[in-house]
Design a binder for this molecule. Structure first.
Ligand SMILES: [Zn+2]
Length: 311
């Protein structure tokens, strides 16, 4: 008999929930608002209720459903304890127990970036590989490490926080984490803009970026159009991206490195830009990792949350 699984990806404003077949077929995906008031006490009950309502709507009973996985924006250990999720108002929340008590089905929980990595390894850019590194390039740099098909969560669920690897000494600006010189200060979309601003300041040459409040996309568009300063900024960006990825790849020896997040919309050009420094800094035994773009976009977290139940 065909069986089903639910995945939920809880963000600070909405929770994406999905019903999938056990083979990972996307059957029904929807969103509910995330109610963060009163320390987010209604977030899990809301998810449980929404799943129960969907089961009723689809005529599914408990025996048809393997369970529900949930990804949340905070550190979550293997037992499902979330130590802190600032955007949800949570501290020391046992996500698995809470959701299970409401839903009465098997439950698994994980950090959203780690869970997204599991999704990409199941049905996305890393499909078919057991050892994968996901690098998410957005406002910050997120990551997830999949070893032998499993999330590397670490003791307190902070495993895979690759954005805060120390990359550069003497960086005057501070990172969101309070330190200086973190990977994400250079390799995030925000980091790309910061680098490009420095390139513009160091030169009087004309550029499409001059005199406008540009964003990361403009840098890569300018690079593709042959703008010299965009080229310089994009090459610097690629240098740091490759260097940071080399550090992680040297530790985890992934078969494939999947790049996702808003910056990945720049496309394959990212691989050309990062490859020189990746090859320069990676341990030779880890140098043959493949690179691919993420495929699932905002659905990755839902796929990964569901996949936690199917092992
Ligand atoms: Zn940092």
């Amino acid at each position: 008999m065909a069986r089903y699984v639910f995945g939920a990806d809880v963000g600070g404003t909405t929770a994406k929930i999905g019903l999938l077949s056990e083979t990972g077929e996307k059957l029904d995906f929807w969103e509910i608002p995330t109610r963060t008031e009163n320390n987010g006490e209604m977030i899990i009950p809301d998810v449980a209720e929404s799943i129960r309502n969907k089961m009723k709507e689809k005529g599914l009973n408990d025996n048809d459903v393997i369970g529900a996985g949930i990804g949340v924006p905070g550190a979550v250990n293997v037992d499902g304890i979330c130590y802190q999720a600032v955007n949800l108002g949570w501290e020391n929340m046992n996500v698995v127990n809470e959701l299970h008590s409401k839903l009465k089905l098997p439950v698994k929980a994980g950090n959203d970036a780690n869970v997204a990595a599991l999704g990409e390894s199941w049905k996305g850019g890393g499909q078919g590989y057991r050892n994968m590194l996901l690098v998410t390039l957005g406002t910050g740099v997120g990551g997830g490490i999949i070893i032998e098909g499993k999330i590397l969560a670490g003791a307190k669920g902070a495993g895979g926080e690759i954005g805060h690897i120390h990359l550069v000494d003497d960086e005057p600006d501070s990172c969101g984490c309070g330190k200086h010189g973190c990977f994400e200060q250079f390799a995030s979309a925000t980091g790309a803009v910061r680098l490009a601003k420095r390139v513009l300041e160091s030169s009087t040459e004309d550029s499409v970026l001059r005199g406008k409040d540009f964003e990361c996309k403009d840098i890569f568009d300018g690079y593709k159009a042959g703008d010299a300063l965009c080229k310089k900024a994009a090459e610097q960006y690629g240098y740091y991206l490759g260097k940071g990825i080399a550090a992680v790849a040297t530790v985890v020896n992934p078969e494939i490195i999947v790049i996702g997040g808003g910056v990945s919309k720049a496309g394959d050009v990212l691989f050309d830009l990062l490859m020189p420094s990746f090859k320069k800094y990676v341990f030779p035994g880890c140098a043959d990792a493949k690179f691919a773009l993420a495929k699932l976009g905002n659905d990755a977290g839902v796929f990964g949350a569901a996949k936690m139940l199917i092992d």
